[in-house]
Design a protein around this ligand. Structure first.
Ligand code: 3HC
Length: 712
């Protein structure tokens, strides 16, 4: 079946793109051939005075080049050719001798926007699903079909870099303000407006659009003079290097392509663009980021059940949340904002409930301020939130999530009260990070309807959710929690009910090792710097301050009890707690805090620990100890089946703790290093620092058998 159909509307040909059997339109080699053929016929057809390009999909214009096709290529030359051919296809639109109008509804991304940029006129809908952007750098690539050339020419250098370098998308109204689209209309009149515009432009002679730059005055002034532009390039480069630590080559390559085009002409720009696209696409970073894209998409479809087990997920329309602290309020606000469900928040006293409701509403206010929702939507969503200090309203709840104090007896009591107050089919989820779910559910009346939902803080921004069934949780309950988690906008992994689950399990030995290093006198800021250089967003000492030392100590205790001496806590945290240091939350941690701002290391910590800070003899060893403690634990936990697949483990580490995406996750990293090499380093560390580095038995077995977590 063809992907393109052409219909005639008066003097205008409407070219509709609708890839059969695909959820989105994407530009593949076959679509390109079909598109070029159609364009050629329209060029020679005297009855056609103008062309409208529109999508036949309900909510998608064009999602870009077909990323799946990239996985079938390998060499730099192949990718360079792909980019060059993409540029040529889109140049045919630019060179088309009749006006071409893009009628855009839904995602118009990557190659899709590059195609729209070559049209003479762009009309977009004001629907929230309409997003225009160039997300290529998020895949480790650059816009390789002319986007680095046409976007700055259309909206100005600064505005274009603001989209290209972070790989950003804009909704219709913002795109209109930037000058990225010429008209903004409701979806119902998109085609009619496009046809009218086509007729109008067909009656005029080329060029069919006035040149213009709607970026701000300052940006426009900088953009128009070479010295100003040099400053913009310099600053963009500097800011990007600071943000990426040099680990992500794509934004800088995109900048090179933009600069080449603006300073040395279009031909040079196109050449640098396709050459750099080839380099990036054949490189290791893009490969990892594309693997993450597909893994995340695959997880979206995974119901979280063991193979062969089927279940039907229940629709959650009413949610109960118990505990109105930071977590509970975050869950309530996120549920209202993302899943649009009715939420009843419960706590012991009304003033706490009031504070929780305010914090939940703040999530909506933030979205209103960022124009993600209208005032009307804000009011409608805020009205879905209510609260109280009793179980009123819980009778109607389909799911209740508790986020109360981390104490087994308290949680058991909350579970019993909730079971008494809810319908027989209601599900109870506990948001704990340390207590085994089976212990909380031990006395449950309806154990098949109890499981863990471990959210990360802050709930509205952290993308991961761990769902933790016990041996007694029913498949329907698991499927319901997974589906609801996804409605909350989370990437969901289903993990085993083992201490620490997945994310905290692999995090703890790493944090603990940071404690040992500090106790040896390695400066805290150096430890942090070494790990941010490795690619983590923050280092382990800063993370401890953020999480709270009391919380860290509790988790460490649980893990020590579960796994024995191997995870004996470094003495550092206990000493810090004795000195009433809880981290950022009480303004007393490893670092200094003034007015909520983090400053340099608190040097008195070294006195407290009885050490003199000094540069370590071997900084590489510091990195190795930290990184390998996490790798070893990840391998061990994966060997115990804590995660259902290496894919889940890596996505969990990336989305849960910011494991550097360009390394693909800890299990993928072990594959890259080779299990045997990892075991060798661990044995070496074990010899130097003791049995906590003894390689996991499952990893040693993998090394022996030459196995990997992923197929080669
Ligand atoms: N290539 C291949 N497959 C794609 C795709 C693409 N560009 N975009 C989406 N898909 C697939 C997804 O993998 C998924 O497949 P599956 O059903 O088999 O798992 C399916 O389309 C539906 O996608 P989502 O589940 O993500 O649907 P949503 O409605 O949630 O989101 C979207 C739609 C916003 C378009 C989102 O899919 C997206 O962001 N896609 C990627 C866009 C992108 O990165 N484009 C740039 C491509 S690179 C490029 O254009 C290079 C050029 O400059 C030369």
């Amino acid at each position: 079946m063809p992907a393109i159909t052409v219909t005639q509307h008066g003097p205008t040909a409407v070219l509709t793109l609708d890839l059969p059997g695909e959820p989105v339109n994407k530009l593949s080699a076959s679509v390109k051939a079909e598109f070029e053929g159609a364009l050629e016929r329209l060029r020679g057809d005297g009855a056609v005075k103008a062309v409208v390009i529109i999508s036949g999909k309900a909510d998608n214009f064009i999602a870009g080049a077909d990323i799946e096709e990239f996985t079938r290529l390998s060499t730099q030359e192949e990718f360079t050719r792909l980019s060059r051919e993409g540029q040529e296809m889109i140049q045919r639109v630019d060179d088309f001798p009749k006006p071409v109008i893009a009628a855009i509804h839904g995602a118009c991304l990557g190659g899709g926007l590059e195609l729209a940029l070559a049209c003479d006129w762009r009309i977009a809908t004001d629907h929230p699903k309409t997003q225009l952007g160039l997300p290529e750098v998020q895949l480790g690539l650059l816009p390789g079909a002319g986007g680095c050339q046409r976007l700055p020419r259309l909206i100005g250098l600064s505005a274009a870099l603001g989209i290209i370098m972070p790989g950003k998308s804009e909704i219709g109204i913002k795109a209109f303000k930037l000058g990225l689209v010429d008209e903004l209309v409701p979806k119902s009149i998109l085609l009619d407006t496009a046809l009218r515009t086509a007729e109008r432009l067909a009656g005029q002679s080329a060029p069919w659009r006035a040149e213009g730059n709607r970026s701000g005055l300052m940006a426009a002034a900088l953009d128009r003079n070479p010295v100003g532009r040099r400053f913009v390039y310099w600053k963009a480069r500097k800011d990007t290097l600071k943000k990426t630590g040099g680990h992500y080559p794509a934004p800088l390559a995109a900048l090179d392509a933009v600069e080449a085009g603006l300073e040395h002409g279009l031909a040079k720009g196109f050449q640098v663009e396709h050459q750099k696209f080839g380099e990036l696409a054949a490189g290791p970073v893009s490969r990892k980021l594309i693997q993450i894209f597909f893994a995340t998409n695959a997880l979206k479809k995974d119901d979280g059940l063991p193979p062969g087990v089927t279940a039907s997920a229940k629709k959650v329309e009413r949610l109960g949340v118990i505990g109105s602290g930071f977590m509970g309020a975050g869950i309530a606000g996120t549920a209202v904002a993302n899943a649009q469900v009715d939420v009843r928040l419960r706590d012991t006293d009304l003033s706490r409930v009031g504070k929780g409701l305010k914090a939940a509403t703040d999530i909506l206010t933030g979205r209103l301020k960022r124009r993600r929702i209208t005032k009307y939507e804000f009011q409608r969503q805020a009205a879905l939130l209510s609260g109280g200090n009793d179980t009123a309203g819980f009778q109607r709840a389909d799911l209740v999530v508790e986020a109360v104090f981390e104490d087994l007896d308290v949680k058991r009591k909350v579970l019993a009260d909730t079971e008494a107050a809810t319908r027989a089919d209601a599900i109870f989820a506990t948001n704990t990070s340390t207590i085994p779910i089976a212990d909380i559910a031990a006395e449950a009346r309806r154990p098949a309807q109890v499981l863990g939902m471990h959210f990360f803080s802050p709930v509205d921004r952290m993308p991961l959710l761990e769902v933790i069934p016990t041996d007694r949780t029913s498949p329907d309950t698991i499927a319901t929690a997974v589906q609801f988690g996804r409605k909350l906008g989370k990437t969901v992994i289903v993990v085993k009910d083992r201490p620490g689950f997945w994310v905290n399990r692999i995090l703890l030995p790493y944090m603990n090792e940071a404690g040992f290093l500090l106790a040896e006198g390695v400066p805290m800021d150096l430890i942090d710097r070494i790990m941010t250089r490795f690619g983590f967003p923050v280092g382990p000492i800063t993370l401890l301050d953020e999480v709270g030392l009391d919380v860290g100590a509790k988790a460490a205790k649980v893990m020590h009890a579960a796994f024995g001496d191997r995870l004996a806590p470094a003495p550092v945290i206990a000493k810090m707690l004795e000195d009433k240091r809880l981290g950022r939350k009480n303004g007393r941690g490893f670092y200094l805090y003034r007015d909520g701002e983090k400053h340099g290391p608190d040097e008195t910590v070294y006195d407290l620990l009885g050490v003199r800070p000094g540069a370590p003899a071997a900084p590489d060893l510091v990195e190795q100890r930290l990184v390998y403690s996490m790798l070893n634990e990840a391998a061990m936990a994966a060997g115990e089946g804590v995660v259902r697949s290496a894919r889940d483990g890596d996505i969990g580490a990336i989305f849960g703790i910011g494991y550097p995406p360009f390394r693909g996750g800890p299990l993928r990293y072990i594959d890259d290093l080779g299990a045997a090499a990892v075991v060798q380093v661990l044995r070496d560390l074990e010899g130097k620092f003791g049995p906590r580095f003894a390689p996991a038995a499952s990893l040693a077995a993998m090394a022996e058998r030459g196995e990997r977590f992923y197929p080669a």
